[in-house]
Structure formats: structure tokens, C-alpha cells
Design a protein around this ligand. Structure first.
Ligand SMILES: NC(=O)c1ccc[n+]([C@@H]2O[C@H](COP(=O)([O-])OP(=O)(O)OC[C@H]3O[C@@H](n4cnc5c(N)ncnc54)[C@H](OP(=O)(O)O)[C@@H]3O)[C@@H](O)[C@H]2O)c1
Length: 340
């Protein structure tokens, strides 16, 4: 097989501190790839907050150097030592350590574990699977968690309540809003950009928009009951307030830490209102759960909404776009066409 292009980040560290960091597009040979049973001709990757951190040289994501970043990839199997996968199969991989400790998707070729791959559903194009990416996969895992704990669209509608999505204009948030709306849940979207992106979120299916400032400061342990459930990408005081505002028996799925990794809350919502707090980890999701989530993504996500939240960039542009996602200048999903 011939050479291929990839983004490579290289860093010098000392005691966890990054002393020097570079990110550039390089021409590589197969010898650069790590061990894995399946070689994939990558077509698309995409940009998540984590990729922004890795490419920009912030700590916590890249665990080896040099590293090809990119926690997602979508493409076609070139060769396989795993009998489940054959040349020509369309595959998607989210997490499982790629773009962190194993070379990732921001490359024209990847060698990965057969166990972590999922077949792209027949109903989705490869670029749509990349538009969904880890963000959409995570949003689907959160929706599955709400369903598992009995948050039912009809009951939510009848109660006059809604499901809250925080960080709504971001990647996880945008997919969560559109998935929930398509499934019939009334959705309230919390965003720091209500003027700029209120119309965008309404088009994705949000019935109401609130300013994230309503949730971001310290609040009382129990507040007026507003939400039948919530999908939270924000953490910190926001998550604590969301828990304090969740109705009796509701579920909050914690996905992210855009405001902070702390959780300054009390046990009151749990012991007085029977609220469930459930954690979402997309990176280590087991194969059966990956299959279920992707099957549902193939049927439950509105195609037009997905197109409306997606923009495409070529490989080299993923480097400057890293700063944009970290600075909160992007919204929705950014797909990287690694062949462009
Ligand atoms: N658990 C998992 O497996 C998993 C998977 C994927 C992502 N994540 C995490 O989920 C979070 C979102 O990821 P993403 O890829 O969707 O990132 P993203 O596209 O950058 O979206 C994050 C959104 O959070 C909001 N936000 C940013 N800073 C904030 C602050 N200081 N206070 C309150 N809200 C803030 C913004 O939404 P508005 O502009 O609408 O306010 C922003 O668009 C990240 O923390 C990421 O690490 C976790």
C-alpha cells in the first residue's frame, strides 16, 4: 500500500506538563501505523472538543507522541485479519482510545481493533456517520439512558414538562436536541448564544430556548421542578442546578464538563425526588451497546437536521479549527474530509 497523509502531533512532556508541541500534515508510510487487525481507508473524521484539545497541545488527551489525532473515523475496510470484517465493508469507529493512545482518524489510513468497529447503517452515508461522530453517538447513548429509566415522550408531553439539553449549540447538544425532538419529546435548549443560535436550535426541534446564564451560578439544593429529564454536556454548577430542577422520578444524563469537572450538589434531589443521575462514557462503550446506538442513529435522526448542523472542511483545516472549537466559536458538527 502506498503512502498516505495524516495530521501528526508531536510533543515533549515533563511531569505531565507539555513543554513543546507541533501539529502538521505529513506524508507517512504504513510502518508508522500501530498494531490492529483491520486496516481502513479513512474517508471522513470530525472535530470534537477532545480533538481540539489534542491538536492545540492542551493536556489530557494525547497520551503518546507522535500521535495521529482524531477520536472518530469513517471509511472502508482495506484489509482485515478479523473474520468479521472484509475489504469493502463501510465502518465507523468512535473512541476506543483512537486519537488518544492509538493513532486516530485524521488520516487517510488507520489500523484499528476489529472489536471496536461498527458497520455504518444502510440508511446512512459515510459523511452522515462522520457528522454524527462521537458527539452524536454520545447523544444517542444519553437518549438510551433516559429511555432505560422510563422517561417517556408521551408522559413528558402530558405532564407539560420537557427534557432539557445543555450546551445545546455544541456537537453533543445539537444531536441531542434533534434526536429528542424526532422521538417526540418536548425539548428545552440551554445555550450561551440564544440570539445567535436560537433560530438554529428551533429548526433542530427545540420547543423553548433558555439562556445558560440561568443555570451557571451556584443555586439552592432543591428548586422549582421543571425537567422530566436532561442531557448535560456542561457539568459543574449547571449540572447541580439541573439536578435541583428535575421533577420527581426524572433522569439526568451527564456527558461532559464544558463548564467544569466539579459537581457542587447535594443528595437532596436523589433522596427527596428520586432523581437518577446517569453517566455516559462513549469511549469504552461495549460492542453490543455500540451496535444498538448506531442502529438507532440510522433510524431516529432527522436527515435534514443533521445536514443543517454540519459543515465540511479539508484535512489541513482541522489544525486551525482546533482553536475555534476550544474558543466556542463553532456550533453543531464539523466533518473533516481527510481526502481533501
Ligand atoms: N462522555 C463522553 O463520552 C463524551 C463524549 C463526547 C463529548 N463529551 C464531552 O461533552 C462536552 C461537549 O462536547 P462537544 O464535542 O459537544 O463540544 P462542543 O461542540 O464544543 O460543545 C460544547 C458546548 O458547551 C457549551 N459551553 C461551552 N463552554 C461553556 C461554559 N463555560 N459554560 C456553559 N456551557 C458552555 C457551548 O454551548 P452553547 O454555545 O450552546 O452554550 C458549547 O457549544 C465536552 O465536555 C466533551 O468533553 C463527553
Amino acid at each position: 500500500m502506498g503512502d498516505f497523509r495524516a495530521i501528526v502531533i508531536e510533543q515533549e512532556t515533563e511531569g505531565g506538563r507539555i513543554l513543546a508541541h507541533t501539529a502538521e500534515v505529513r506524508q507517512l508510510s504504513d510502518a508508522f501505523l500501530m498494531a490492529g487487525e483491520v486496516t481502513v481507508a479513512v474517508e471522513f473524521s470530525d472535530l470534537n472538543y477532545k480533538d481540539g484539545l489534542a491538536i492545540a497541545g492542551r493536556p489530557g488527551v494525547a497520551r503518546v507522541s507522535p500521535l495521529i489525532p482524531g477520536i472518530d473515523l469513517v471509511g472502508v475496510v482495506e484489509s482485515s485479519e478479523d473474520p468479521r470484517w472484509r475489504p469493502g465493508d463501510r465502518v465507523v469507529l468512535n473512541g476506543d482510545g483512537i486519537g488518544e493512545s492509538h493513532h486516530g482518524g485524521l488520516a487517510e489510513r488507520a489500523r484499528v481493533r476489529g472489536d471496536a468497529l461498527v458497520r455504518v447503517p444502510d440508511t446512512l452515508l459515510n459523511e452522515q456517520a462522520a457528522a454524527i461522530g462521537t458527539a452524536g453517538f454520545t447523544a444517542m447513548l444519553a437518549v438510551l439512558a433516559l429511555e432505560r429509566t422510563g422517561v417517556d415522550p408521551e408522559e413528558v408531553r402530558e405532564s407539560g414538562s420537557s427534557v432539557l439539553v445543555t450546551g445545546a449549540a455544541g456537537g453533543v447538544g445539537s444531536v441531542a436536541v434533534s434526536l429528542l425532538a424526532k422521538l417526540g419529546y418536548p425539548v428545552t435548549a440551554s445555550t450561551g448564544r440564544p440570539v445567535e443560535h436560537g433560530g438554529y436550535l428551533t429548526d433542530l426541534g427545540a420547543a423553548a430556548i433558555i439562556d445558560r446564564a440561568e443555570l451557571s451560578d451556584p443555586g439552592r439544593p432543591l428548586q422549582t421542578q421543571r425537567w422530566a429529564g436532561a442531557i448535560d454536556s456542561v457539568g459543574s454548577h449547571t449540572l447541580a442546578n439541573v439536578l435541583a430542577q428535575t421533577r420527581y422520578g426524572g433522569t439526568v444524563a451527564a456527558c461532559g464538563l464544558a463548564q467544569g469537572a466539579d459537581l457542587p450538589a447535594t443528595v437532596m434531589p436523589f433522596i427527596l425526588r428520586g432523581v437518577t443521575l446517569t453517566g455516559i462514557n462513549s469511549v469504552e462503550a461495549p460492542p453490543a451497546l455500540r451496535e444498538t446506538a448506531w442502529r438507532r442513529l440510522g433510524t431516529d435522526l432527522d436527515e435534514e437536521a443533521l445536514a443543517a448542523m454540519t459543515r465540511f472542511i479539508p484535512l489541513a483545516e482541522a489544525i486551525p479549527a482546533a482553536d475555534d472549537i476550544l474558543a466556542g466559536r463553532l456550533h453543531g458538527r464539523t466533518v473533516v474530509d481527510v481526502r481533501a
